[in-house]
Design a protein around this ligand. Structure first.
Ligand SMILES: [Cu+2]
Length: 118
């Protein structure tokens, strides 16, 4: 019984500590300017990027629309990450948003949308 408790505690600790990792813990981090508008955009970009090959962590700052991405350099590179953001429907630095994906976004998330709170 004690063993099980120990394993459980260790697992719990491990999952907490891995979630708490900050960008400083990663070797390869890139900052990319996007055309995100609102919190929905933030959620969409962070979720879709987290499912993208080689991406370890993604966090978008709505104040400057810059997404910070930690990635595994053996599996991906900044160019591929920018292309992934374009495929989600957003500009990524010099890579323009994929038009089809962009047009599929809700109206409030398209580039012509007026900035809004949520
Ligand atoms: Cu949006």
């Amino acid at each position: 019984m004690k063993n099980i408790l120990f394993v459980f505690t260790a697992l719990l600790f491990f999952s907490f500590s891995s979630k708490a990792q900050s960008f400083a813990d990663y070797d390869d981090v890139v900052k990319i300017k996007t055309s995100a508008i609102c919190k929905m955009c933030k959620k969409r970009i962070e979720r879709d990027l987290s499912l993208t090959k080689g991406v370890e962590k993604a966090e978008l700052n709505l104040d400057d629309k810059v997404v910070t991405v930690a990635y595994n350099a053996k599996k991906t590179d900044p160019k591929a990450i920018k292309n992934a953001i374009s495929k989600i429907g957003y500009d990524a630095d010099d890579v323009v948003a994929d038009q089809k994906s962009h047009d599929r976004l809700p109206d409030c998330c398209q580039k012509t949308a007026v900035p809004h709170e949520d």
